[in-house]
Design a binder for this molecule. Structure first.
Ligand SMILES: [Fe+2]
Length: 330
């Protein structure tokens, strides 16, 4: 099934561009947004963004063509740390305004130097890693930051450029056909999920790894937390592993490939859908695929309670308690 694809109205596009131009200089100076205020959006724009990005039942939506200027970003750099905060400020502003309409943008102390907008681009020497810096291998479907209880509820993946139209993949657990016994097995906390290598090592990394549930009932359908590349599957019992493999096969069957063009934003419900990427050949000549990512917490979302430490990784939540209209976010 193809994902829902939507486009902002002309009026909302204009408002978003005006607001982002106003916000961009502050973000250029402070990409961690520790002192930046995100304005409350005019109701017309806010409601349209919410309607557009409302991830509905299956958790995958494509918002086409934000009013951003891809050329302003310059060539794709060799690594995330070489992205200019100045050049990236217009995109950052639009993504954070979108995040503001949907919830609260968050970052991580140990990832991309605490920035709220992360850059996903191929990095030499990391071609075969299971992180966004890889290229030559399939980035297998996963929940973003699955190891952490403070992970995003929504993920925004915006495309700066994608000249080879490499598909980003997404698969909803709500399209997975699972037997009741399989759901029950997968709902039982059996195995931990460990942090990926894009995190700087932090205190607590070597601590006890608590097992977590893979699926749960949200009231609106199944939720999931899935990252097989970072799950010690050798420690699972045979019945559990059969159910886990079945889930993996169902997610593969239900996967869609989304070819993002410049300005497109893939909105993934990180509690409902996993995402990944097809392999591609990186060129390292300034023209490579380049996505920008923002993680969003949605107030009021519930997940199974678990006693987790997050492996010492610290969520940065600079807007916590600062949005007056937060209680009525979707
Ligand atoms: Fe990811």
């Amino acid at each position: 099934m193809d994902p829902v694809t939507v486009r902002l109205s002309e009026a909302s596009t204009h408002t978003l561009r005006t607001l982002s131009d106003r916000l961009a200089p502050a973000l250029a100076d402070d990409p961690r947004a520790t002192t930046v205020s995100l304005p409350e959006l005019p109701p017309g724009l806010r409601d349209e963004l919410r309607a557009c990005a409302r991830t509905g039942h299956d958790g995958v939506t494509v918002l086409r063509r934000l009013p951003v200027d891809a050329d302003r970003m310059g060539p794709t750099p060799a690594r995330w740390s070489e992205v200019s905060d100045q050049a990236g400020a217009q995109w950052a502003a639009q993504m954070l305004l979108l995040a503001r309409a949907l919830g609260r943008p968050i970052g991580w102390a140990g990832q991309q130097d605490g920035r709220l907008v992360h850059d996903i681009l191929p990095t030499r020497g990391e071609e075969r890693e299971q992180t966004g810096a890889s290229s030559a291998v399939e980035l297998s479907p996963h929940t973003e930051d699955a190891f952490h209880p403070g992970r995003a509820n929504l993920l925004l993946l915006a495309c700066v450029r994608n000249p080879d139209r490499v598909p980003t993949t997404a698969a909803s657990v709500r399209h997975a056909r699972l037997a009741d016994t399989e759901r029950e097995l997968l709902a039982d906390p059996a195995l931990p999920i460990l942090p990926d290598s894009s995190y700087a090592e932090a205190d607590g990394f070597g601590g006890q790894a608590p097992p977590v549930a893979t699926v749960w009932e949200t009231g609106a359908g199944l939720g999931l937390r899935y990252d097989p590349a970072y799950t010690p599957l050798d420690d699972g019992n045979p019945a559990y592993l059969r159910a886990y493999r079945r889930l993996g096969a169902e997610l593969a069957r239900a996967a869609v490939g989304v070819r993002l063009d410049p300005g497109d934003v893939l909105v993934i419900d990180n509690d409902v859908a996993v995402h990944g990427r097809q392999p591609f050949r990186a060129r390292y000549d300034g023209t490579d695929r380049w996505l920008r990512r923002v993680s969003v917490r949605v107030p009021g979302r519930r997940r199974p309670d678990a006693d987790e430490h997050g492996y010492g990784q610290r969520v940065l939540d600079p807007f916590a308690g600062r949005f007056e209209d937060e209680e009525d976010t979707p």
